[in-house]
Design a protein around this ligand. Structure first.
Ligand code: MN
Length: 321
């Protein structure tokens, strides 16, 4: 999906100054963002309270939306730079096209992983004939400076490793949990896992003390480290944990996001991640001049124009969380 915000404001992210070195329980409220005319997403990252969790720098939760009588998701071709996108569905399906020639339908609990590297463009749409409900998350992972100019590529992994415990089924999206590792390519120490809990589950999930973590709730009612978490909200957990207590009041769907705190400071604007104002301005003008980002073939509609850059140079907004 895309950041369709027409009032896109640059955000400075990253750097260890943001990271909490000890276990905390910080509840992050979503910001409601309109996507197109009818649909709305809940944006958890970047958040006024927190910009990143490891290399995870963008988290939108959407649905479940009844799209039986509607076209559903229709995100026209748009560019990305300096990041990976993770498409994760609980219900429905998304047809992905990109400028490397990919044409892939992504289904629930399959990983659609797009590495933009220096430049890619893509579109995402509900197939013409689609399931009644659409429910998922769109996440971005920042690429480190050493890899942000890499070649663009798209991976689709329909078979992901699963770790189970009584009442818990954890699908490993990126990185590893308890010895099971996702086949998805990663560029920093990171983890993403889908946690399906059965009502009454009371389990402890092993964690890496050097990682910072957050848990996004997608459905049901669960307690994460004792904190009740409702769908569309996220709990930031800090670092220094070796395990995470999870309890389910009803069947519940959570996403665990974590990673080594992201050291580098970066500039995030619209669908781009760079290291400077110049990076961002260059990417914007390349997209508007139809260079560098390639072409998405087969999408029935126009591509997205970039919003205007705010006047004046990007200014450091300090370490305000
Ligand atoms: Mn996108």
């Amino acid at each position: 999906m895309s950041n369709l915000d027409r009032e896109a404001v640059p955000a400075l992210c990253g750097g260890r100054g943001f990271v909490v070195a000890e276990p905390v329980r910080e509840l992050l409220s979503p910001r409601r963002v309109k996507l197109g005319e009818s649909s709305e997403v809940r944006r958890l990252l970047p958040n006024l309270g927190r910009r990143m969790v490891g290399a995870w720098c963008f988290v939108d939760h959407y649905g479940p939306d009844d799209i039986a009588e509607e076209p559903g998701m229709q995100v026209p071709p748009h560019p990305h730079m300096g990041l990976q996108t993770v498409s994760w569905l609980h219900e429905g399906e998304v047809l992905h096209r990109d400028s490397t020639g990919s044409l892939q339908t992504i289904r629930p609990r399959e990983l659609g992983l797009m590495t933009s590297g220096r430049a890619i463009s893509h579109s995402e749409e509900s197939p013409r004939s689609h399931a009644r409900f659409l429910h998922g998350a769109q996440l971005w992972v920042a690429l480190p400076d050493s890899d942000r100019h890499t070649d663009p590529r798209f991976e689709h992994h329909s078979e992901l490793p699963v770790v189970t415990a009584p009442g818990l089924r954890a699908t490993i999206v990126l990185g590893g949990v308890d010895g099971a590792a996702s086949p998805g390519t990663t560029y920093t120490p990171i983890v993403g896992a889908d946690l399906a809990l059965v009502q009454g589950a009371d389990v402890r999930l092993p964690l890496e003390p050097d990682f910072e973590y957050a848990v996004l709730s997608m459905s049901g009612e669960a307690h994460v480290d004792g904190v009740p978490l409702l769908p569309g909200s996220m709990l930031y957990l800090g670092c220094g944990r070796t395990e995470l207590p999870l309890r389910a009041e009803s069947d519940a769907g959570l996403m665990l996001l974590g990673g080594e705190p992201f050291d580098e400071e970066l500039v995030m604007w619209w669908n781009f991640i760079g290291r400077s104002n110049e990076d961002i301005a260059q990417a914007r003008s390349d997209w508007m001049e139809s260079s560098r980002f390639g072409e998405v073939k087969g999408y029935d509609g126009n591509r997205l124009d970039a919003p205007n850059l705010p006047p004046g140079p990007l200014k450091a907004r300090g370490r305000v969380r």
